[in-house]
Design a protein around this ligand. Sequence first.
Ligand SMILES: Nc1nc2c(c(=O)[nH]1)N[C@H]1C(S)=C(S)[C@@H](COP(=O)(O)OP(=O)(O)OC[C@H]3O[C@@H](n4cnc5c(=O)[nH]c(N)nc54)[C@H](O)[C@@H]3O)O[C@H]1N2
Ligand SMILES: Nc1nc2c(c(=O)[nH]1)N[C@H]1C(S)=C(S)[C@@H](COP(=O)(O)OP(=O)(O)OC[C@H]3O[C@@H](n4cnc5c(=O)[nH]c(N)nc54)[C@H](O)[C@@H]3O)O[C@H]1N2
Ligand code: SF4
Ligand SMILES: [Mo]
Length: 728
Amino acid sequence: MLRKLLKQHTGPLTADLVLEPGHFGLGRVPKRLKPASTATAICGYCATGCQLKLHLDDDGRAINLSPQAGYPVNLGMACPKGWQALDPLDSPDRATTPLLRNEHGEMMPVGWAEAMDAFVSRFKNLQEKLGRESVAFLSTGQIPFEEMAFLGCLFKFGMGFIHGDANTRQCMATAVTAYKQAFGFDAPPYTYGDLEESDVIVLVGSNLCIAHPILWQRVMRNKRSPRIIVIDPRATETAQAATQHVRLKPKGDLALLYSLAHCIVRDGRTDAAWVERTEGFDEFAAFLHDYAPERVAEKTGLSVEEIESLARTVSEPGKRVSWWWTMGVNQSYEGVRAAQAMINLALITGNIGKPGTGANSITGQCNAMGSRLFSNTTSMVGGHDFSDAAHREKVAAGLGIPVENIPSDYSLAYDQILAAAEEGKIKGLWIVATNPFHSWIDSGRLAELREKLDFIVVQDMYHTTESARVADLVLPSAGWGEKDGCLINSERRIGTVKKVREAPGIALSDFRIFRLIAHAWGCGDLFARWTDPEAAFHFLRDLTKDRPCDITGVEGYEMIDRLGGIQWPYPATNPPSGNERRLFEDGKFFTSSGRAKLLFSPPAELPEAPDSAYPFTLLTGRGTSSQWHTQTRTGKSDILRKLYPQEAYVEIHPADAARLGLREHEMVTICSRRGEMRASIYIAPTVQPGQLFLPMHYPEVNRLTHPSYDPHSRQPNYKACAVAISKT
Ligand SMILES: Nc1nc2c(c(=O)[nH]1)N[C@H]1C(S)=C(S)[C@@H](COP(=O)(O)OP(=O)(O)OC[C@H]3O[C@@H](n4cnc5c(=O)[nH]c(N)nc54)[C@H](O)[C@@H]3O)O[C@H]1N2
Ligand SMILES: Nc1nc2c(c(=O)[nH]1)N[C@H]1C(S)=C(S)[C@@H](COP(=O)(O)OP(=O)(O)OC[C@H]3O[C@@H](n4cnc5c(=O)[nH]c(N)nc54)[C@H](O)[C@@H]3O)O[C@H]1N2
Ligand code: SF4
Ligand SMILES: [Mo]
């Protein structure tokens, strides 16, 4: 049935494309343009961190690219986005000059001097009137970490504001919090080689084939005939390619994971040596008492036998089991505990610190991991804590900044910044390399909030994004390929990006924009050492000394390229050998006791369960491997545009479609308590009855989503809200 349906409709569910050199001739260098030389850069889309080889003309300008053959991450492969990475740079809607809104409400091109005057006078005015909490920044996981660090340090230590958060809150906050609480540091333990070394690979809420296609290729290289288990309410491309699909109810994860632990503890299948390396095992075992499979069958939608058998598979003695999760877990009102439930399972079965094991969060954006260490948002730059006086002293000394400039207060989280704006406490917003008017949960609320803000600055490559269109000032930035710096991928590997194109018009790299602002604000002296990205790399590197992310042994960009990227830690004393490393091989964690913490709490109800008025649960996520988030970049490539549906579509189960009399491709309206949108019908048993799926790439989708958050991480619950569907 499924196959038949898939055959009829090859639109959204086309098998994922992974292109190797020569494939389809895409990206081949035409003979007459034989390039003079090459450069390398890590791809600027997803956190897999593939290395691309850029083919340059005599002027050093990239004219084409191909995936880098010897790089330890992608081994000569790239997905369509990587192959077409140069396309978005040539788009006619690039922001080429600053744009300032005039008194008639029109955006007018201005020079940098006028733009800086407006920026400084408007934000200083707010600071004088309303204090250091009156302006906030919202930034990104998609620019080099030297730039992220510059923004975070400039805004907090130079300009004197407190609140700034990154779009990684939408994405990684859950994993960050789960690791910090359990391991004592935000430390994903794995290396990609573990995908090839596992006997049992459990993917929880992770659609690898679409979202991390090259990691799926790494899974396919595993020679141990692994069992691949996908835990996801949807029959995704990955679930269909796996050995087993565990089709649980949305947000049934926590109950299921506790039930697995229940069976494992009940049957004595724990690893005593690793249990010794944890704290809280007795309390955990007592807590698990209530999670017998028959007690969670209803919540998970799974049978007792399915749960029992899964528990045996993930605790098989002598087998290497690895747990991998992405947004199906992170984007939940109880994501932190669900992530920790996997960490607990890995710990008590001894599946950590060894090849082919781990409780492994796969990150999203190319530099989500750089943001986690250097953006100065939830952690202080270099893997430090704002609340720790010794850390403040160390960072101040390392940056040559008075320690009084460093706040001990933490920033408000993203949703709290927006709430403060609604209350009129925050009046200015500076949005850098993110597009929240499309991507933030319940985005209609932002449109209302726009009226309450005095001044919005958007710093972006394009002047046409949903966020740039409502800005008062647009600062035109260079994009990937037009600047230097470092990205850190999911397995903690640092790699470099290079300038191989000139930014259009008078657009500048984000780094240079921050330099201009430092100067215009009057704190240029404090940032005199931030001359260029590599200079910043050197002192940021030195700040990591003695932290778990110590990279003091990394000489500079040339060494990173020479070694095929470098995973942290890489300390100056006893730098590790080899270029594939995992953490916790010695069984020691970063907590004060050196033991990992087992953390748990009972599952909660869905914040917005379906009811008679809104009878469907809406799932959202990635649509195809050729679409990236809000489509500001992938939407500009002629080739990528041919690889995905142009119109929004909604997946519905055949039984629901028949019951409602809905036909394939018919236009429908989907509405929630917050807003509505139109989409065309796509009938497939990929979703279960009572569920709908919408790809996040269409701007209206977040008009529907429900603003609920994980209490520990404040990550939005993007993947479950109640909606209704009707013919348009
Ligand atoms: N092509 C492409 N690749 C990308 C991106 C992109 O935009 N396009 N974005 C990048 C980024 S930033 C990120 S964060 C990653 C995201 O990568 P993924 O997290 O793999 O992608 P999503 O489709 O958002 O969500 C994964 C799955 O979660 C499932 N899910 C929903 N609710 C639940 C639940 O309650 N439990 C479980 N177990 N699963 C659930 C959904 O059905 C979906 O299949 O992708 C990265 N890669
Ligand atoms: N419903 C729903 N919503 C979601 C999700 C979901 O699964 N469901 N997923 C969430 C997740 S995981 C994520 S990560 C977010 C992504 O949400 P966003 O970060 O808002 O999405 P992007 O489209 O990647 O936006 C990046 C912006 O930066 C600009 N840009 C690119 N490079 C540069 C640069 O070098 N400098 C500057 N200044 N600008 C640049 C781009 O043009 C673009 O406007 O969406 C979230 N929203
Ligand atoms: S898998 Fe990710 S890093 Fe690799 S080419 Fe595709 S988008 Fe780029
Ligand atoms: Mo993300």
